[in-house]
Each structure stands twice: as C-alpha cells, then as structure tokens.
Design a protein around this ligand. Structure first.
Ligand code: PMT
Length: 401
C-alpha cells in the first residue's frame, strides 16, 4: 500500500506513544521504510529499543550521538530530505504549538522544519487541552502550512475524562495516509515505459563501446512515475542501480539491439514512453569471439549504425506520448528541436554538458523541456529526482487525464 515510501515517524511525549509500536509495525507491513525520531519525553512512554527493533533502524533523539567513542551528527536536513512523508504521532499540545511557531529546540522539530515532504500530524492530549483556543490555533496554522491533520478521536482519555483527544488508532492513521497517497496518484492505471543507462556494444569478450551514463536520470524518472501510481517498465543498460520501488519492472540489457527488442515488446501497452538511455549510435560490425591480441601499432574498427530506438518506437505510435532526451554540447536548443522533429517525438528534454552539474553521472541535472509545439520551459539545476518530477509534470500538463 505504501510501496517503498520512506516514512519519518516523529513521536512526542504522551501516553498514546505506546501505540506507535503498533503503528510502526503497520507501516512496515504496508511496505514503508520507517525511521523514527522522538523527543526526550516520548522516550519515557515507549522504549527506543522496542521501536528500533520494530523499525530496523536506530531511533534518533539528539542532535549528536556517541558511538564507540566517536561523536556523530544526526543530520536533520538529510532526514527531512530523505522522507517521502513525515508523520508526527502522537503530536502533543506542546509540540503542535512549537511546530506552528517555528520553535526548533529538538531534533524532531528540526526535522519537521527541514522536511520537504507531506507532513501528517495526529494530535493526542486531554479533552480541555484539545479544546483550548491555543491548540485550535496551532492546528489551523499547521493546516495553513499544508500539513495534514489526522483528527483525534473521542473516547475515554488517560485522565479518566471522556471526549475528544485520543490519538487516532494506528489502523486509522495508516488508512488516512494511504488514502491521501492514492488521491495524489493521477497516473494510476497508466503504463510508462522508460529506457535508462548506457548501452555496451561488444568489441570482443572483454571490451566494448560504451559511455558515461550512470542510469540515474532514467531510474529517477521510473521512481517518480511509480510514485504517481503508474505501472512502470524500466529497460536499462548496464548499471549498478536498483529501483527502490519494488513495483517497478526492471529489465536489464546490454546492447542497443537488446534494448530495442525489450522496449518494443512493451511499447503497445504503454501510454507514456521516455527515452533517457544514452544509446550507442554505432556498434562494431563484428564482435570478435576471442580476446583481440595486441598487434600492429594502429588498428581500425568497422562500425555500423545501431537502430534509433526512440525513433523506431515513435514511428509505431498509436496514442502514446513519446519523450526523448537530447544530450548536447553546442547549439543546444537548435539541435534538440531538430531531434524532436526528426524522431517524431511529442517532446524532448534537453540537457547540456556545458552546464555545470548537468548530464552524465552525478545527482543533479539542468533540463529544458521542449514540446512539439515549440513551447520551451527551462528549469534550474536540481536533483535528478526533482528534475524527473518536473518532466512528469510537464507531460501531465500535455496529456491531461
Ligand atoms: O544516466 P545519467 O548518468 O543519469 O545521465 C543522464 C543522461 C545524460 C544520459 C540523460 O539525461 C540523457 O541525456 N539521455 C540521452 C542521451 C543521448 O543519447 O542523447 P542523444 O541526443 O544522443 O539521443 C537523443 C534521443 O534518442 C535520446 O532519447 C536517446 O535515448 C535516443 N536514442 C539515441 C540513439 C539511438 N540509437 N537510439 C535512441 O533511442
């Protein structure tokens, strides 16, 4: 239900903290990867050891930790960026008020302030505290920030009072999160085909013609499409990367010819096709069956043209939205636009090796999205994950629903 979503669970100090052991188990059973950050007082209600065992990750409380005599830093910015969602449960009146005012005096609050992902919060407190105008104002403020309230339920409270203030049950919290994510998935039912990575064209059993593509751009596109709810087939050349989302079908190939065969086999079912692979335009006419021995001072290699995969697929279009990439080093816009036309694409994503941080390897890219109506949208240098989301957003605008 949660795919391989990365959940940062923030636990604050209330009796409902004991329920987070069940909540952690439910999140993990739903497929999430869970990391936990708790306040000092939460640690008095529930054991960090129990939660670390259930989540299979150390529980973090402090900005620094001592390990085997070494002092280490729990990086809140890294944790905030790591998470696909942050859930503060239980959220006490104290923590709600601090979140709303931007107070940042513990690791949990620093993670909250650093999180770029959706933040859910499940209040838990006594009836009168829940009703207090200060609490109501804090909740409204947080909702105004775009945080998502999982309302407290009514029932018997730890104080013995009856009324609103009980933290929602773990099953209800999980349901609120999964329902929210399902609504955020406009590509549910869509099939997306992506090519990634380099191709290796063998010269002999030990050598090949290849390039510097790491596959990262294509893999991030696959993750982003899966996060939108699509069924994703990723045909990748040689790379050490693994898809994080277990729902992604990853087909590994070596040569351009093999990439074409696999992509062709999945083309008819696809609604959206994205060619992020750096395909070798040529291959040796013959791959020697045995290792070529050293000999003359010079040697020539006869090369023949490889099929153009994205162009071959685009020629068979029956409703698919087909997007290529253009990796350029000069006259970038002009070359990209002419590739878009020549290959019969609906859009092309330009990245230039002249832009620092763009193109091969690395975690970042600087892209320009160009469609067949010559609409040109440049983007700033971003992580490849963010660039992937930008590309899918541009596609979404053009395909509608
Ligand atoms: O993998 P990374 O390290 O993250 O790097 C990402 C990237 C730089 C490889 C990626 O962003 C990118 O630009 N991919 C396309 C690289 C490329 O080969 O560009 P091109 O301009 O040569 O090709 C244009 C388009 O035709 C591309 O969609 C390419 O996949 C496709 N093509 C090219 C040749 C061929 N024989 N078949 C193809 O399908």
């Amino acid at each position: 239900m949660l795919g391989s979503k990365r959940v940062l669970l923030g636990i604050t100090g209330g009796i409902a903290a004991y329920k987070t052991t069940f909540l952690t188990r439910l999140l993990i059973k739903a497929g999430a990867e869970v990391r936990i950050v708790m306040t000092d007082s939460a640690g008095q209600f529930v054991s960090p050891l129990t939660l670390a065992t259930l989540s299979k990750n150390p529980v973090l409380k402090d900005f620094v930790r001592e390990e085997e005599g070494e002092t280490d830093w729990n990086n809140h910015v890294e944790l905030g960026l790591w998470a696909d969602l942050m859930l503060v449960a239980p959220a006490t009146a104290n923590t709600l008020s601090k979140m709303a005012s931007g107070t940042c005096d513990n690791l949990l609050l620093a993670c909250y302030m650093s999180a770029k992902c959706p933040v859910f919060f499940a209040p838990a407190m006594d009836l009168d505290m829940y009703r207090h105008p200060a609490t109501k104002t804090a909740i409204e403020t947080l909702e105004g920030f775009g945080n998502i309230l999982i309302p407290a339920a009514s029932g018997e409270l730890a104080s013995g009072l009856e009324g609103e203030g009980r933290m929602a049950e773990p099953e209800d919290i999980l349901a609120a999160i999964t329902t929210w994510f399902a609504r955020q998935q406009p590509w549910t039912g869509k099939n997306v085909l992506i090519t990634a990575g380099p191709t290796y064209e063998p010269i002999d059993p030990v050598r090949f013609i290849g390039n510097h593509s790491s596959g990262r751009m294509g893999f991030e596109l696959a993750e982003a499409a899966a996060a939108l709810g699509a069924r994703v087939v990723l045909v990748t050349g040689p790379t050490h990367l693994q898809p994080r989302d277990p729902g992604i079908t990853c087909i590994r190939v070596g040569t351009a010819q093999q990439m074409l065969e696999e992509a062709s086999a999945h083309f008819d079912q696809a609604d959206i096709v994205i060619g992020a692979a750096a395909v070798s335009d040529y291959r040796p006419r013959v791959a020697a069956p045995e290792k070529i021995k050293k000999g003359e001072d010079t040697r020539s290699l006869e090369l023949v043209r490889n099929p153009d995969i994205i162009q071959t697929l685009a020629a068979r279009k029956s409703g698919q939205f087909v997007v290529g990439f253009a990796l350029e080093t000069e006259n970038e816009l002009e070359h990209a636009q002419s590739k878009l036309k020549r290959k019969g694409l609906d859009a092309i994503v330009l990245n230039s090796l002249k832009d620092p941080g763009a193109g091969f390897g690395g975690d970042t890219n600087k892209i320009t999205f160009i469609d067949k109506n010559s609409q040109i949208k440049p983007f700033a240098l971003k992580s490849k994950a963010e660039a992937a989301r930008d590309i899918l957003h541009e596609i979404q605008i053009r395909i509608g629903n």
